[in-house]
Design a protein around this ligand. Structure first.
Ligand code: SF4
Length: 510
């Protein structure tokens, strides 16, 4: 059984793949703006943080392992002078998490002697193909991430124009990428043709331009939201203002899990408030899976809005029945066995005075391995709950993610091969109800065909390669182990079946 110990190998929560930020603002302290932007995006990655700054003539990059406020202090920020910058917070989906070289922004020297810095949110599915292309050109890099490969590909283009380099490199990239990149004079934001991961444009009161994974990073620095970077679009900010280049077209497929769990509730996606969408999902859940109960509580923190929506629609009171320790972050201290057994109590603590003797509806946003859910149910019963009716504001997660979210393998996903009753039995709830796929998608208020929902449905919008190319540490093993020819991609129609039959999973840490 995987230990659901917060932040440690085996955690039962999915991890984001990263947050990116970029700013061009001649009248501002861009390093500090980037610091605060990354601070707002900390939920998207806690393994490393980095900032690159440019002053028109040179680039300077500083990154390290740890949280944003552990990596940067005033002295470090004071040394990062310039008028344009990008930043990155990382949770690894390709390449080891503890390897300093894998921290971003990635940096490479161009053929003309200039530099490129790049931060990436997402995950490429043809990493090996790209690695072989660089191998064939005799280019070696220390880092083992797909992001560093992209940076290296850009750097080795003959042109010194980074926009032109993107035109040449973007068609080679398969998978999900929302990227901020820069040379000495320009900051750019690039989104993959499907727009799987979010990326927005904002404007500072001083006139400077900002790019960020989520709008909450605009709010924190007083920037106004302008619009999303469109799928397949490259946007450049420099002394001439903002320019857009449409590099590719494809049917847009934003990750619906951003609405369910990953994005901050105070962000907007596709112009819609994440908080409001989560409330709508809770209301829809109450319609689809009603329960005879006294009180609605949430598994904090992401399910709070959905639980409130459920309570509203069901006409039941809502209360804080579980308190979360907000300061439990990633820990490098291995827990003792007895602490491991306490499991979820490190992070969540029930309120007996609220739940004692009550028939509870407990709303969670998703269930992955189910280990944490089982412990939450046990914890609530020990605290005196009379009945525990679990309601989940998304459908059962059945498939791995190839596009930048660290979801456990199918073998580990409690919903992959079980029906709802079998899952209920396993987690020990009195009843269990999930939101339907259609209910989840319509609750967003956006056209339902604009989303990726592959981890629920198995319908992958971007072709995926065979398992050998998909392990997280794909660039840390000898290339010969992968037939020497790089990844062979499967057509979409074969991808789901292939994943079902062979994929052991992408994550070593999930
Ligand atoms: S597979 Fe799931 S987590 Fe991954 S991008 Fe699609 S909806 Fe998001």
């Amino acid at each position: 059984m995987s230990a659901p110990f917060p932040g440690v190998k085996g955690s039962d929560r999915p991890r984001e793949a990263c947050g990116v930020f970029g700013v061009f603002a001649p009248e501002e302290d861009v390093a500090s703006l980037t610091y605060f932007g990354l601070y707002a995006l900390q939920h998207r990655g806690q393994e490393s943080a980095g900032i690159a700054v440019g002053d028109g003539d040179s680039l300077l990059v500083y990154s390290n392992l740890g949280l944003v406020n552990q990596v940067f202090d005033e002295k470090v920020l004071g040394g990062l002078a310039g008028h344009l910058a990008i930043g990155h917070v990382r949770y690894s989906t390709t390449g080891s998490s503890g390897k300093l070289e894998n921290a971003q922004p990635a940096f490479m020297t161009r053929r003309d002697g200039g530099g490129i810095a790049l931060g990436h949110n997402g995950n490429l599915v043809n990493t090996l193909e790209l690695a072989h292309e660089l191998d064939a050109d005799g280019i070696e890099i220390d880092a083992t991430t797909d992001s560093h490969l992209v940076c290296a590909l850009l750097a080795q283009q003959e042109t010194s124009d980074l926009v032109e380099a993107w035109r040449l490199v973007a068609p080679k990239l398969q998978g999900a990428y929302s990227i901020t990149a820069m040379d000495e004079k320009r900051v750019m934001a690039i989104r993959d043709p499907y727009g799987v991961r979010p990326l927005v444009i904002g404007r500072l009161p001083s006139g400077g331009w900002v790019f960020a994974s989520e709008t909450c990073a605009l709010d924190i620095i007083g920037a106004a939201f302008i619009r999303d970077v469109e799928p397949g679009e490259l946007v450049v900010a420099d002394e001439n203002g903002l320019r857009s280049h449409q590099l590719s077209e494809a049917p847009p497929r934003l990750c619906v899990f951003e609405f369910v769990y990953f994005a901050r509730p105070d962000s907007t996606l596709m112009g819609r408030s994440v908080y409001s969408v989560r409330r709508a999902m809770g209301k829809q859940l109450a319609d689809e899976a009603p329960a005879d109960a006294d009180l609605v509580i949430a598994v904090p923190q992401c399910a709070t809005a959905a639980a409130q929506g459920y309570a509203d629609r069901a006409g039941l009171p809502y209360a804080d029945g579980i308190i979360v320790n907000r300061y439990v972050g990633r820990t490098f201290i291995q827990p003792t066995q007895s602490l491991r057994e306490q499991g979820v109590r490190m992070k969540l603590n029930p309120m007996p005075e609220v739940i004692e003797g009550k028939r509870l509806v407990v709303v969670d946003d998703s269930i992955f391995r189910g280990t944490t859910t089982r412990e939450v149910v046990d914890m609530l019963r020990r605290a005196g709950a009379r009945e525990v009716h679990l309601r989940v504001s998304s459908p059962p997660v059945k498939w791995p993610c190839f596009y930048g979210i660290d979801i456990p393998s199918r073998d580990e996903l409690v919903g992959a091969f079980r029906d709802v009753e079998q899952i209920r039995e396993l987690i020990g709830a009195d009843s269990l109800g999930y939101l339907s796929l259609d209910g989840m998608l319509t609750s967003t208020g956006a056209p339902t065909e604009r989303f990726c929902h592959a981890c629920f449905s198995g319908g992958y919008p971007i072709d995926i390669p065979p398992e050998t190319a998909l392990t997280k540490n794909v660039l840390e093993v000898p290339r010969a182990a992968f037939n020497g020819n790089g990844a062979k991609r499967l057509p979409v129609s074969a991808a789901a079946a292939h994943a079902e039959s062979t994929l052991p999973g992408l994550s070593e840490e999930g």
